[in-house]
Design a protein around this ligand. Sequence first.
Ligand code: SF4
Length: 325
Amino acid sequence: MVPRYIKNRERLRALLPELKRHLEGCSLCPRRCQADRRVIKGLCGAGDQTAVALFQPFFYEEPPISGGRGAGNVFFSGCNLTCLFCQNYEISHKHRGVSLSIEELADIFLRLQNEDRTHNINLVSPTAHLPFIVPALLLAAEQGLNIPVVYNTNGYETLESLEIIALFTDIFLSDLKYISSESSGELSGAADYPHFAWKAVEKMIAGNGFGLFTDEGLMQEGVIIRHLVLPGYIEESIRLLEEIRRCFGKYVPVSVMSQYTPVWKAKDTPSLNRPLNEKEYQRIITTIEKLEFENGWVQGLESSTEEYIPHFFSEKVQLFERKGV
Ligand code: SF4
């Protein structure tokens, strides 16, 4: 299957000036903070160069994404949400990462494909970095990149940006974190998250469908909806799962994560300062069974340990050390 960034390369090339204009006044995500990123950082921490905290074959995504050789994860620095419990806070809130040129980013994509033989390029928290990702993909494609692109997002996206993203994304791996604006405002600093994220996922499904797979079971095109269950917010998760079922039917691939570990500001927030308990977990399992989802994954409770949280590097030399550069 020909990846979309190859099929749509001319349309993507024509969009490069529009993407670059966001560096002068950014409205790539629903924050629309209009930061002139040439002189100040946006609310998400993005500046006038891309920044990457880590790239590596990654084995903790869903099975059709990780496969046997791993997903080709590229963790971008910064985030447009301020989740108190962020499992990747080192990179999202502390903005760990090293600045890279477009050529260096293209080189990372090619290394993951050619040396690590990953099944895909998995762009993690990519939206603020679109002005660099698109030219880097085009450049890498000229040099032989031909594996699918996964867009791994918190779901807080605008439909305008998704028009562009859909031109190069084969697989969406999108969170749906909340259904209520009270919870999203309180825990992630974005009361409008449900409004934007549900519309975004609707558009992803309309464009990419539920999934096309290779004979080995690797996803080549499609959408996976992810939801992290939070302790003390079980009713929120149950309502959200019911709404997913009502809006998208029983065949939509859903990944329910119970790996929650109290880190970052969750350690100082009494309602979040513990893992899920067995009773909460069982209520989620019962809900999934009752709703009769046909495709999806649920993590076991034993996954809730900090060892599953990737560690990030902050120096360029460390970023490339693994490859002996
Ligand atoms: S992507 Fe970042 S810089 Fe751009 S609008 Fe959103 S928060 Fe602001």
